[in-house]
Every structure is written in C-alpha cells, then in structure tokens.
Design a protein around this ligand. Sequence first.
Ligand code: SDX
Length: 432
Amino acid sequence: MKMEKIENAEIHVDNRKLACSVYRGTEGERAIDIRKLRKETGLITYDPGFVNTGSCASKVTFIDGEKGILRYRGYDVADLAEKCEFVEVAYLLIHGSLPNAEQKAHYSRLLNEHSMIHEDMKEFFSHYPEHSHPMAILSAMVVSLSSFYPELNDGDKEDLAMTVTRMISKLRTIAAFSYKKSIGEPAVYPRHDLRYCENFLNMMFSSPVRKEPIDPVMTEALNKLLIIHADHEQNCSASVVRSVGSAGANLYASISAGICALWGPLHGGANQHVIEMLEEIYQEDGDVDKLIERAKNPRSPFRLMGFGHRVYKSYDPRAKIAKELCKKVIAATNKNDPLLDIALELEEKALADPYFQERNLYPNVDFYTGLTYRELGIPTNMFTVMFAIGRLPGWIAQWLEMKKDPDSRISRPRQIYTGPNARRVVPINERK
Ligand code: SDX
C-alpha cells in the first residue's frame, strides 16, 4: 500500500541520530516510519492500546475524529445511508466502487443463492443452553462454516469471492436462526423473493402462524443501521480480524475472532449496555444526574455507555444518523418510548457537563442504535449481533486488503519486560 513520502524526521538517542521517513496519506495525516528503530537503536516504542500507532496504510475507510467525518471508500456515511441499500455499501467496501444496477442485481442474486446454512448446522442450535448469548453462538457457527465449506483457498480468487458472499449471506441466517431457537420457534428459511434486510426481518419475525408483511419503515431503518456500522478503519475488532488473518488463518476463523472482540462492552457490546443502563434509570427513579455523577467518579469503573470514543473527539456522525432514525421510527410506530426521553435528557446533561466537555466525550454509534433495534422488535441481547452483521463487509474489506498489502507481516508487537531477573529453581523440599 504505497504512501507519499514527504520529509525526513530524526530520532536522537545515545548520541546517535536515526533518520526516519515521514509519509502522508491522501487526507493529509502523517506518520513516521519507525520500521528500522529497534534494529538501528535497540529501542522499541511503548504505546498501550496503540493510541499513537498506525498498523497499516488503508484505502477502505477515512475518519476525521476532530471534524466528525466518516467516509467509506471516499463516500460520506450520511450520503450512503440516504441513497444506498446495505448490499450496495457491502459491495463498495469489498470491491472498492459502488455497483451499477446490473452488478447490484447479480450480487443480490448471489447473496440469496447462498443464504441457507447446511441442515446439519441447524442441529448445532439445539445443543446450546437456553441462556446462551447469541454472540457466542455466532462466533462458533462462523468458524464452523470452515468445516462445511473446506474448499476455502485464499489464493483462489473465485473461491475467495464465493467465501465472502457466503459469509455475508449466511451470517444473517445464523443470527435469525439463533433468535428463533432462543424463543422456541421453528426456524424460518430465507426466501428467494425478498432482499437482504427484508429477508432477515422475515426470518426473525414471521412464523407458521404470523404472516404479516414486513413494514417498509422497518426495512429502511435496518438498511441505514447496517450501513452506519459497516466499517470503522482500525477499530479493535477490525485489528483482530487483520491480526488473525496475518498469521495465515482463513477468513472464517478471522471473522469469528472479530466477533469475539466486538462482543466486549467497551466495543460493540456497548449498544446492549446502553439499553440496560437506560432501563435501570427508568425502573429506579429516572434520576439521570445520579448516573452522570457515577460516570464521573474516578474511583468508579462505571462508564457512561454509548459515550466517548478513541477517535471521535466530536459528535460521532453515526450517532447523529441513529438519533434521527430512532425518532423517525418511533414516530412511525406511534409508540412513545420512555427510554428515548431518558436518552435525550442524558445526552443534554452530559454534553453540558464540564467533565464530558473537557474530555471531548460525545454520544457514539452505540448510544441511539439500541433504541431503534428495540422498535424493530430485536431483543437487547441481539443488538451486538446486529452490529456484527453490519460490520462484516468492513471486516472482510480490511482482511482482503491486509492479504494483498506487500507491507503486511504477521502481527507480533514487542514489550518492555518488568518481571524478575534470572534466578535458579530451588528443589521443592528447600522452598520456604
Ligand atoms: C465502539 O474504535 C472504534 O472505532 C469503535 C467503534 C467502531 O465502530 O468500531 O466506534 C465502536 O466501540 C464505540 C465505543 C463503544 N463503547 C462505549 O460506549 C463504552 C463507553 N466508552 C468508554 O469506555 C471509552 O470512551 C472508550 C472505550 C470508547 C474509549 O476509551 P479510550 O479512548 O481508551 O479513552 P479513555 O478510557 O482513555 O478515556 C479518556 C478519559 C478518561 O478520564 P481521565 O482518566 O482522563 O480522567 O475519558 C474518560 C476516562 O475515564 N471517559 C469516560 C468515558 N469514556 C472515557 N468517562 C465516563 N464515561 C465514558 N463513557
């Protein structure tokens, strides 16, 4: 992945000077190339959480955290959410350009063709305990796909394209089947006549005794929700997908690892915790101020879920879209959700509080999305599964880019050792 070299920097250490190249990306961000650092100076960098460390050059997604900008392959996320369907955005992320009408129709047919899972896989669901979290099931089922489609050969372009299509289509089916299992209803198969989002909602909510058509307001809302989740450059789970793939593991294994990383409450799991936090306020005394004080307490591990971001030090553009979408869906269903009122009050008070202002803490993508999933009838413990369905094309795009990047190497960070110096083993009968 070629970058533009603009100048040199010098690192002075032990009376020596190390000349390092400085590169610039297409949006002006710059990076110092330290690939020679340890070999030439014996030093490494120390950067827990990789706050200041670029792991790769990438053409997939651009984020400007200060200005609240998010673009997939150069297209603004709000523009895509307004004018495209999720399938088009998935195609864009993976292929690098938006599909024309013929390419979109072909892609939709392929996704439909590969939307079923092997009948033997359906049996897996009956062996999970009732209370199993759907993210655990999702990750296990995805890595199991490699057993049912062993011909995966990363080197073969056709094979890889088929694997990518299978994954995007089957993840949705696995998610719907796990939901049906959790409520004791029979699985509803994907239909050839329904498009991606409508098919998913039909698999989730239709049954032998419920045949209402899917409300187009819900289908449109799901399309937008999946689009705003589709990629986010080198976030925790995308870095895990790249890292696992860098070891030569196949795409199914890499995505399965990404699902596990996304499950964390500080990452994609936050959307579930936001609703649980809002419900706690609602069921207790509606006291938003008490919750804000708890979040500000340095001695408390509690964080205001759905607030703050490693990159956005301004309003997350996806939160803006999710907030408007939430209001639109609630208005369309004529149902007033008291949790939305609490969320709006919480946002207003937090944004007015110096603690949050000084730290540039704003609502992130997870603050309003759960409220909309609720309106779609999706249960809280499936919110992160929805995040994974949306993020899948982004993970795949990042993985494919890593595989093709000549600069890519197996991920293996260094460390500063602070343990005991060398010591000899004392025979057990002499140990105190
Ligand atoms: C996602 O990376 C991505 O792109 C992720 C994501 C994606 O699309 O892939 O955008 C999806 O994961 C969104 C984030 C969802 N997580 C949450 O909503 C959980 C709550 N947020 C925080 O845990 C936190 O903001 C993080 C994890 C999101 C970011 O953590 P950082 O960048 O490591 O920030 P930090 O913990 O160093 O915080 C800096 C300061 C600290 O205070 P001081 O020590 O300086 O006094 O801000 C405080 C933190 O205590 N802080 C918060 C807070 N978030 C940060 N205080 C209260 N509530 C919060 N939510």
